[in-house]
Every structure is written in structure tokens, then in C-alpha cells.
Design a protein around this ligand. Structure first.
Ligand SMILES: CC(C)(COP(=O)(O)OP(=O)(O)OC[C@H]1O[C@@H](n2cnc3c(N)ncnc32)[C@H](O)[C@@H]1OP(=O)(O)O)[C@@H](O)C(=O)NCCC(=O)NCCS
Length: 177
């Protein structure tokens, strides 16, 4: 995957570096409202955030997952990840609470979805979303995705509890030629 930063109207999307740990830690990784519907718990120390960045770097190297930071000017305000598996791709994202409701995630996710579908091997981009996560469901709809099904007891969101929770699966198919 190309690591060249992606520019949108207001943001620059770029792969994170170790030096981003403090900003990520300060702006969103410790916030239980941000992690509420994510598969990880709030980070406790900046070491947790550094370990996350090491995982992100390894995933870029292996091609398992690609993560970009959403940067407003030079300030990291969130992240978005893309995973490819066979002919499908999946996205996941998080944004600092202070930046919610200003259209940033839709703006960031559009070029990432386009990037996924630019790969001729990919025919579908999708995402899982907790039934109660209305903001994320709206983001996925604004990306042109369609709600496909409810997956019962599908994902653990450990900030809430260790019990698997019901999720929606949203997806967008490559347009037929
Ligand atoms: C989900 C999240 C990324 C949304 O980012 P965002 O930049 O605020 O989203 P946008 O501003 O691009 O769009 C949000 C849309 O959802 C709507 N929305 C926001 N909060 C909402 C809520 N609680 N209920 C219903 N709709 C909501 C907004 O009105 C907007 O739709 P509109 O343009 O039609 O008005 C952000 O809330 C977040 O980081 N949440 C925590 C992490 C998370 O849940 N990630 C997704 C896991 S699946």
C-alpha cells in the first residue's frame, strides 16, 4: 500500500509514527466515550499507545491492516484503518471527541473507501457497527453503504462489558461495469 499522505479538503491522512503517541494518547485513546463501541479499552499509559503504534507499524509491514491518522493542520485528531481479506475490505475508525459532528470522519473515509475499491481484487467494502452507535451508522450511510444484517452477539466492546454485543454489518459493493 502506498504510504504517501492523502489530502482531503480539510485533512491530511498519513501513516502514524512513534512520535504521534503523546498526541493520540491525549486527544482520544484514553477517552471511554471514544472507545465505547470499539474492540479495545481506553489506554492507561502512553506505553499502551506506543504498543498500539508498534502494532500499526507491523500491520503496515505485513499488509494485514493499514492505518492513517486524520491530521488537522499538523494535529492528529483521529485514525482510520483498512483491512483487506480476499475480495472484501473492512474499515474502522475513531475520532477525538472534541472533533465530533463536523463531518471529519466522512471526509476521511471517502478516499479510503475509494482506495479500497481501486484495487480490482476488492469487490466489497464493509464495516461492523454496534446497534447503539448511531453516529457511526450515519457515517457508514453517508459513505453510501447499506445496512445488510444484524449480527447477534458479534463483537465484544470491552469498555462496556465482556459480553458480545449485537452489531450491524454495512457494506458497499463495487459498482458493476
Ligand atoms: C463515529 C464517529 C467517528 C463519527 O465521526 P464524525 O466526524 O463526528 O462524523 P461526521 O460528522 O462525519 O458524521 C456524523 C453523522 O452522524 C450524525 N450523528 C452524530 N452523532 C449522532 C448520534 N448520537 N445519533 C445520530 N446521529 C448522529 C451527524 O449528525 C452526522 O450526520 P448528518 O451529517 O446527516 O447530520 C465519532 O463519533 C467517533 O469517533 N466515535 C467513537 C469511535 C467509534 O464509535 N468508531 C466507530 C466504530 S464502528
Amino acid at each position: 500500500m502506498d504510504r504517501t499522505p492523502i489530502e482531503t479538503e480539510r485533512l491530511i491522512l498519513r501513516p502514524p509514527v512513534v512520535a504521534d503517541a503523546e498526541a493520540i494518547h491525549r486527544h482520544w485513546a484514553t477517552d471511554p466515550l471514544v472507545t465505547r463501541y470499539l474492540v479495545w479499552k481506553p489506554h492507561r499509559t502512553v506505553e499502551d499507545t506506543r504498543a498500539f503504534l508498534a502494532f500499526v507499524a507491523e500491520s503496515w509491514e505485513s499488509g494485514a491492516e493499514f492505518t492513517w491518522l486524520l491530521c488537522l493542520k499538523s494535529e492528529p485528531i483521529g485514525s482510520i484503518s483498512l483491512r483487506k481479506h480476499g475480495d472484501k475490505a473492512g474499515i474502522g475508525y475513531a475520532l477525538a471527541r472534541a472533533r465530533w459532528g463536523q463531518g471529519y470522519m466522512v471526509e476521511a473515509a471517502r478516499p479510503i473507501v475509494a482506495l479500497a475499491l481501486a484495487d480490482p481484487a476488492i469487490r466489497q467494502v464493509g464495516a461492523f457497527c454496534d446497534l447503539e452507535n448511531s453516529a457511526s451508522a450515519r457515517v457508514l450511510e453517508k459513505l453510501g453503504m447499506t445496512r445488510q444484517e444484524i449480527l447477534r452477539r458479534w463483537l465484544v466492546h470491552p469498555t462496556i462489558s465482556d459480553e458480545p454485543r449485537d452489531c450491524y454489518f454495512y457494506s458497499l459493493e463495487r459498482p458493476a461495469n
